[in-house]
Design a protein around this ligand. Structure first.
Ligand code: NDP
Length: 282
């Protein structure tokens, strides 16, 4: 359960460390380094998080100090919305690896699909972005390519191209499971990653989750991380707090029983971000 294999054979550590809202600076370097020290070997960043320089700096320091090797690290970044399209994606990718200070990334994602609300030719824009990513993949600059926030109707066109998406990173946590997307992806061998696996903290105070977590002597955060794993979804918990960074990875010594899994699965919607890929205008 500690690793998953993507549809192109690449192995990904099954818990990643999220870095959204942790902008460039000493704090970002320190917390990413703390995560690497705690044993995370999978880091999730994005051009729009404005922290690629600090993530890169933390990785360099950790390599210099013998904490990790580049080969043992799985690094993800994403092309931001204004950079969608063929030429601009090539440029954005080069800017990202320059900021990160790396020669390649393990996973590159389209952060959000171009949607019909914003563009008449939304499908072509996504295909053009994908074409650039496919070329970078074939050139060995990216080990796996994928998408984020795509619904099945956004995914369909990409799945008919030469290289199928390996990953779809979507919002996923108790109270917001997006089961239609998860089922479509799992049926089509696309690995689902959970963004906001703790609902950006919004689900942690839920009394029902607290009662279930207490039965395993675990925190609600650990319950959420483990819940994703047991559903075959790769969670990306974020914390800048050293004790929580360690806590969120300490999820491999218990198993949520099937009746508790079902209780969580059956919870009515709550704690969601409200972001809908067909409705967003950014
Ligand atoms: P999470 O769902 O991981 O929740 C993070 C929040 O929970 C922070 O406020 C953190 O506080 C707090 N927290 C973390 N661990 C604990 C704990 N053990 N106990 C109590 N509180 C805790 O947040 P994100 O929304 O950041 O999502 C995770 C990652 O997913 C992002 O960082 C990013 O990498 C990715 N993402 C991708 C998106 C996309 O569109 N592709 C969109 C959103 C996120 P503190 O840091 O202060 O400890």
């Amino acid at each position: 359960m500690k690793e998953v294999t993507l549809n192109n054979g690449i192995v990904m550590p099954a818990v990643g460390y999220g870095t959204w809202q942790n902008r460039n600076g000493e704090g970002a370097v320190e917390s990413v380094k703390e995560a690497l020290k705690a044993g995370y070997t999978h880091i999730d960043t994005a051009a729009c998080y404005h922290n690629e320089e600090s993530v890169g700096e933390a990785i360099r320091q950790a390599i210099d100090e013998g904490i990790i090797t580049r080969e043992n690290l799985f690094l993800t970044t994403k092309v931001w919305n204004p950079d969608r399209g063929y030429e601009s994606t090539l440029k954005a990718f080069n800017a990202s690896i320059t900021r990160l200070g790396v020669d390649y990334v393990d996973l590159y994602l389209i952060h959000w699909p171009a949607n019909a609300k914003q563009f008449d030719n939304w499908e072509q824009i996504n295909l053009d972005t994908w074409k650039a990513m496919t070329e970078l993949y074939k050139a060995g600059k990216i080990r796996a390519i994928g998408v984020s926030n795509f619904k099945p109707h956004h995914l369909k066109a990409l799945m008919e191209t030469e290289v199928k998406p390996a990953v779809n990173q979507i919002e996923y946590h108790p109270g917001n499971l997006q089961e239609d997307i998860v089922t479509f992806c799992q049926d089509n061998d696309i690995l689902v990653e959970a963004w906001s696996p703790l609902g950006t903290g919004r689900v942690l105070g839920d009394e029902r989750l607290q009662a279930i977590a207490a039965r395993y002597n675990k925190s609600v955060a650990q319950l959420c991380v483990r819940f994703a794993l047991q559903n075959g979804v790769v969670p990306l918990p974020k914390s800048v707090t050293p004790s929580r960074i360690v806590e969120n990875l300490n999820v491999f010594d218990f198993e949520i029983a099937e009746d508790d899994m079902a209780d969580i699965r059956n919870m009515a919607p709550f704690g969601g971000s409200g972001l809908d890929a067909d409705e967003v205008d950014f």
